[in-house]
Each structure stands twice: as C-alpha cells, then as structure tokens.
Design a protein around this ligand. Structure first.
Ligand SMILES: [Zn+2]
Length: 278
C-alpha cells in the first residue's frame, strides 16, 4: 500500500527529526503517543518495523520521534522546486506561436476561420489551467485553526483536474485527504481543495501530485500523519494508447503514522474507500 520511501528525502527528514528531538521537551510525547496508540488501535505494537529503516538508539517512543519529525518536516528537492511561490509567468505570445506551429505541423491551416482565434484562446487557457506553476499551493494552508481534536479528519471527494505531463492531456477524478491533527492544528476544508487545485494546475504525474499534496499538509499542519489517495481517469489512456475508457488509476501517499503503522493506515484507507466513488 505505502510505496517505498524515497531514500533521499527520508534521510533528510531523519536528520531533522533528531535535531528537533534535542530541542524539544518530552511534553509532546504523551499526546503523540496517545494519538498514535489510538490510531493504531488495540493490540498494535509501537515497535512495528519502521519503513524509514531508521535506527532509534535513544529508545524514545516512536510517536515522539514522529511528531518531532513533523515539526521540521522537509520535503526533498522535488518539492523545493516549488520555490516557495516563485513566479513562473506564462508567455502568452510564445504559446500562441507554438500553437500556430503545431496546427501547421499537423497539416491544418491556422488561418482558416475556425482556427484563426485558436492560438490566442489556447494561450489564455494555458494561463488558467497551468496557473499552479506560478503559485506555491502550500500557502493556502498558512492559516490553521486550533481545535481540540486529535482524531482522524477525512476530506473526501475533492474534485481534481490535472494534466498528464507526458501527453498534456487531462486526467481527472477525486482526491481524498485524511490526517490526524497534532495539537489540534486543522485547516478549512476549502483550503485543502485549494491545495489540490494548486498542484493540479501544472503538467503533472498523478503519483507526484499525490505526494505533493501529502507533503504540503505535513509541512503546514504538522499532523501525526497524512494519507492522500487520488483516483483519476487519464484521457491519454482513454482516447489513445491502451484505449481503456473508465479505467481509473489509484495512487496513495502516506506520511507520518500512516506510513509506519499498518493498522492506522488500514483504518484510514478503509474510510477513504468508503468515501470513494466507484
Ligand atoms: Zn499521459
């Protein structure tokens, strides 16, 4: 269910976790352990193998280590490419030119009445559908609420429209985001939808999109864990290639407790699959 951890990113997280563990007191430990135990369910041992493969020589509780890691959560280079909101403006003139060339290349006449306005239209559309390139979607999570709630929160069926970067064809479906808040840090449901939209409006891979959403939630809300599941239909599989209309691609990304605790993961996943449309 949970993919293999990305070695590079995880290594970084581990270092941060250890630094943070020094700085922070044990105050968190009780709450974190409680939530971890709660999420793990009865009979779930804390000593389960850690997918990260980290040695924990200090013998501190897993839950503590986890919440510390969250406090300093740092995604790998892939996500730093978001550049903290660095702006990548779309060059409308270039897009117009490219579309004109493309039409000519497929043997069309870009001057004919039906197509004359097309390059301009596509250029304007590009600004909209790839607007996510110019923003840092994580910014939508800057405002968090403090609620006395450390149980699973599931925001299901968030509509999703994105573009496969291999074919520049749409893929669309639903995103489901589950997390267990830490210190009651939660976000508005619409904010999560904005995060999904922000990362979707880019040339994307469904797998990367899933991970980016999970990482954004992890960095901003610092929850005990987050699980993101995306189910999507890819037009590049529907109208070409394997020609499989209706086939759905399911991806998941797990962080924190959902990554290392099979019981917590199973619980969240079963809730998500109840939400999911079939
Ligand atoms: Zn594709």
């Amino acid at each position: 269910m949970s993919g293999k951890p990305k070695a590079k990113g995880e290594a970084k997280i581990e270092v941060k976790a250890k630094d943070a563990a020094k700085a922070e007191g044990a105050a968190k430990e009780t709450g974190a352990a409680r939530a971890a135990a709660k999420a793990a369910g009865p009979g779930q041992s804390e000593g389960e193998a850690r997918p990260y493969g980290e040695a924990r020589p200090d013998g501190e509780s897993q839950a503590d280590g986890e919440s510390q890691a969250d406090g300093e959560y740092q995604a790998d280079g892939e996500y730093q490419a978001d550049g903290g909101g660095e702006s990548r403006q779309i060059d409308e003139a270039k897009v117009r030119e490219a579309v004109t060339l493309f039409l000519r290349a497929i043997g069309e006449d870009p001057e004919r009445p039906g197509l004359a306005e097309t390059p301009g239209r596509v250029a304007r559309m590009a600004k909209e559908i790839f607007a996510g390139l110019a923003i840092d979607p994580q910014k939508h999570l800057e405002r968090v609420f403090a609620e006395n709630h450390e149980e699973l929160v599931l925001v299901g069926n968030i509509p999703l429209y994105s573009f496969c970067e291999h074919h520049l064809l749409p893929f669309f479906g639903k995103a489901h985001v589950a997390y267990i808040p830490h210190k009651g840090m939660i976000t508005g449901l619409s904010k999560l939808a904005r995060v999904v939209e922000g990362y979707s409006r880019r040339p994307q891979l469904q797998e990367r999109l899933t991970g980016q959403i999970a990482d954004a939630v992890m960095r901003s809300l610092k929850p005990y864990g987050v699980m993101v599941v995306i189910e999507a239909e890819h037009m590049c599989m529907t109208i070409r290639g394997v020609n499989k209309p209706g086939a759905k691609t399911l991806t998941s990304a797990t962080r924190g407790i959902f990554r290392r605790d099979a019981a917590a993961r199973a619980e969240a996943l079963s809730l998500i699959m109840k939400e999911a449309t079939h």
